[in-house]
Design a protein. Structure first.
Length: 585
C-alpha cells in the first residue's frame, strides 16, 4: 500500500528537464504552435481596448459600425489562431509521448532478467502507459498555456498601468498573497500525486498477476480473496483521489474568492471613478476585461503547477527505468562453436536475498555429447541453465567456452547458439506459424516451417486444425495441449538450428502417447548437437554421456549411470526408487 512520506529532497524538476531534452520535439510545429498561440494572446489583449472604444462611442452618439466590425474581426482571428494552436499542441504532445513510449519500450525489452524479478509486469506497464500519459497531459494541456498565460498577465498589467495605475496596484497586491497559498499546496500535491502513481502501479501489478493466472484463481476458488485485494487497491486509490480533491477544493475556491474580491473592488472603485469623471465607462469595461485576462491565466498557471508536480513524479519513475543498464548486444559477432567445451569453474551463485543456490560448482560439458543434470528439486539445476543463457552472472567463479569467459562474447551472438525447450513450453499470442518462427532473425519460407513441424511430430495435429498453421494459439498457448505446445517449441528449436540444446524437463507432465511423440522429436533435435538435459525421470537420460548429480547447489557426483549407481548413494536411491538398476542400460 502506497503511503505519503515526508520528502527531504526538493522537487526534482531537473529530472523532468533532463527527460524532456532526450525526446524528439517537432521543432517547426512547436515554433508555429507558439506563434499562433502568441497571436491569439496578443489579439485577446487588443479586445478590451476595442471594446472600450465601442462603449465610449456608443455612450456618446450611436453604434460605431467600423469599431464593431473590428471587434468581430478580432474575435475571428482569435478563434482561428486558437484552433490551429490547439491542434498543433495536441500533435506535439502525441509526438513526444510516442517518442518517449518507444524509447521506454525498447529499453524495457532489453533490461536484464533481475529487473523483472523485482518489478511486477503490471507495474512496468503502468510506467509505459499511465506515467507517459501524465507527461503528455502536461505538454498538451498546460505547458504552452502557461507561457501564453504569463504573456497575457504581463500584457494586461502594462495596459492597466496605462489606463489607471492606482487600480493596477490593487490587482498586484493579490499576486504575492496567492503565491503564498499556492506554493505549499503545490508541494502537498506533489507528494499526493507520487503516492497515487505508486498505488496505481501496484494496482496494475495486481490486475496483471490475477488476469494472467485467472484459471488458477478459479480452480482454487480464490475469486473472493482476489476481489478483496482488488477492492483494497481501489479503495486506496479512492482515498488518494479524495486527498487530491481536498487540495483542489482549497485551490479552486481560493482563486474564485480572489477573482470575485478583485471584481468587487474594481467595480466599487471604478464606479466611483466613473461617477467623478476620472474614468470613462469604456475604461471601466476595459479594466474588467483585463482583470479576467489576469485572473483566468493565473488560475491556469496554478493548474499548470499542479500538473507539473504530477509529471515530475511520473518522470522520476520513467527516468529510473531509463537509467537502469540494459543488456549489451550486437548482431555482428560470430562465435566459432565447433569442438569447444563449456566449463563451470568453482561457480557460486545467489539471488539478491543472499541465499546461496550454487556452491563451488565445477564440471565440463564436452562438445557433441549429452550431459544430464539430475538430483532433488530445488538443488539448482534450472539456475545452471539460467547462468548458461546469461540471464544472471555468477556471484563467484567463472564459466568458460574453452579458455575464454562466456561474458566476453557478445550477448546476442552467444544466445543465438542455444536452443531452450522447457517443461512450460511458453508460446506467444499469435498463430502457430508465428510461434514456430519466433525470434528467428530472417524470413522463413513455408516449406521450412512445414518440415520443422514434421520433424517435431507436430505437422499431423496442425494440419487437422481448421486454420492450419494460421491457427491462433491464445494467450500463453492456452488453446493447445501440453504435448502440442512442446512439439511447437521443438519445431522452433529445429528452425533455429542451435549448436547447444538445453532441455529442462521437456517431457514431464505429458501423457504417454504425447511423451512418445515428443521423445521421438527430441531425438531428431539432439542429433549432432551438444545437449544438456535436466531430468527427474532417470529413464530418459540413462544413455547420457555423463550425468551430473546436483544436490543443494553442489555437484556431488559426475559419471555415467553405471558409475554413479555403484559409487553415489543418493543417486542409487533415486534409481532404485524409479525401479532402475545398473543393468537397465
Amino acid at each position: 500500500m502506497a503511503t505519503i512520506t515526508k520528502e527531504k529532497k526538493p522537487v526534482q524538476w531537473r529530472v523532468f528537464i533532463h527527460l524532456i531534452r532526450q525526446l524528439k520535439w517537432p521543432k517547426w510545429v512547436t515554433f508555429f504552435a507558439l506563434f499562433f498561440a502568441l497571436i491569439q494572446t496578443s489579439v485577446s489583449l487588443v479586445i478590451p481596448l476595442v471594446t472600450r472604444d465601442m462603449v465610449d462611442t456608443l455612450s456618446a452618439t450611436s453604434i460605431n459600425w467600423s469599431t464593431f466590425g473590428l471587434l468581430i474581426g478580432v474575435f475571428l482571428i482569435q478563434g482561428v489562431t486558437g484552433g490551429v494552436s490547439y491542434y498543433m499542441l495536441a500533435y506535439i504532445g502525441e509526438s513526444i509521448v510516442t517518442d518517449l513510449r518507444e524509447k521506454l519500450w525498447k529499453h524495457i525489452v532489453r533490461l536484464p532478467i533481475p529487473f523483472f524479478d523485482h518489478h511486477e509486469t503490471g507495474e512496468t506497464m503502468s510506467r509505459v502507459t499511465q506515467d507517459t500519459a501524465t507527461l503528455k497531459q502536461l505538454i498538451t494541456g498546460h505547458l504552452v498555456t502557461f507561457v501564453t498565460g504569463l504573456i497575457s498577465v504581463i500584457g494586461s498589467v502594462i495596459f492597466l498601468l496605462y489606463i489607471d495605475w492606482k487600480m493596477t496596484l490593487i490587482l498586484l497586491i493579490a499576486v504575492p498573497l496567492s503565491l503564498l497559498i499556492m506554493m505549499p499546496l503545490g508541494r502537498m500535491m506533489y507528494k499526493v500525486s507520487r503516492a497515487v502513481q505508486d498505488e496505481m502501479a501496484s494496482f496494475s501489478g495486481l490486475l496483471g498477476r490475477v488476469l494472467s493466472e485467472v484459471r488458477l484463481v478459479k480452480a482454487y476458488r480464490a475469486e473472493e480473496k482476489e476481489s478483496i485485494k482488488g477492492s483494497n487497491g481501489i479503495q486506496s486509490l479512492f482515498r488518494f483521489g479524495l486527498k487530491e480533491a481536498k487540495i483542489q477544493a482549497v485551490i479552486s475556491p481560493f482563486m474564485t474568492f480572489i477573482m470575485m474580491a478583485l471584481l468587487v473592488v474594481i467595480l466599487g472603485y471604478g464606479g466611483i471613478q466613473v461617477s467623478s469623471n476620472q474614468l470613462s465607462a469604456g475604461d471601466l469595461v476595459a479594466i474588467i476585461f483585463y482583470l479576467f485576462q489576469i485572473v483566468v491565466p493565473f488560475t491556469q498557471m496554478a493548474t499548470f503547477f499542479t500538473a507539473f508536480q504530477k509529471a515530475v513524479g511520473a518522470t522520476e519513475r520513467i527516468q529510473g527505468i531509463l537509467d537502469t543498464d540494459v543488456e549489451q548486444r550486437s548482431t555482428t559477432e560470430q562465435i566459432e562453436w565447433q569442438g569447444k567445451t563449456l566449463s563451470f569453474d568453482q561457480v557460486d551463485f545467489s539471488y539478491d536475498n543472499g541465499k546461496s543456490i550454487l556452491k563451488d560448482l565445477s564440471f565440463n560439458v564436452p562438445y557433441g555429447k549429452m550431459t544430464a543434470f539430475v538430483g532433488p528439486s530445488g538443488g539448482g539445476k534450472t539456475t545452471i541453465f539460467s547462468l548458461i543463457e546469461r540471464f544472471y552472472s555468477p556471484t563467484n567463479g567463472s564459466i568458460h567456452l574453452n579458455e575464454q569467459p562466456i561474458s566476453s562474447y557478445d550477448l546476442s551472438a552467444w544466445r543465438s547458439g542455444f536452443g531452450y525447450v522447457s517443461q512450460e513450453s511458453p508460446l506467444m499470442s499469435g498463430s502457430i506459424k508465428d510461434n514456430i518462427c519466433y525470434g528467428i532473425g530472417h524470413e522463413v519460407d513455408m516449406e521450412t516451417i512445414q518440415q520443422a513441424a514434421r520433424d517435431a511430430n507436430a505437422a499431423e495435429f496442425i494440419e487437422k486444425l481448421s486454420d492450419g498453421y494460421e491457427t491462433e494459439v491464445g494467450e500463453r498457448g492456452i488453446r493447445l495441449s501440453g504435448g502440442q505446445r512442446q512439439r511447437i517449441a521443438i519445431a522452433r528449436a529445429l528452425i533455429l538450428d542451435p549448436e547447444f540444446l538445453l532441455l529442462d524437463e521437456a517431457t514431464s507432465n505429458l501423457d504417454s502417447s504425447s511423451e512418445i511423440l515428443v521423445q521421438d522429436a527430441l531425438q531428431r533435435l539432439m542429433d549432432g548437437r551438444t545437449t544438456m538435459v535436466i531430468a527427474h525421470r532417470l529413464s530418459t537420460v540413462l544413455h547420457a554421456d555423463q550425468i551430473i548429480f546436483v544436490d543443494d547447489g553442489f555437484a556431488t557426483g559426475i559419471g555415467s549411470h553405471d558409475e554413479l549407481f555403484s559409487t553415489h548413494e543418493l543417486y542409487r536411491t533415486f534409481a532404485e526408487g524409479q525401479s532402475l538398476a545398473s543393468n537397465d542400460i
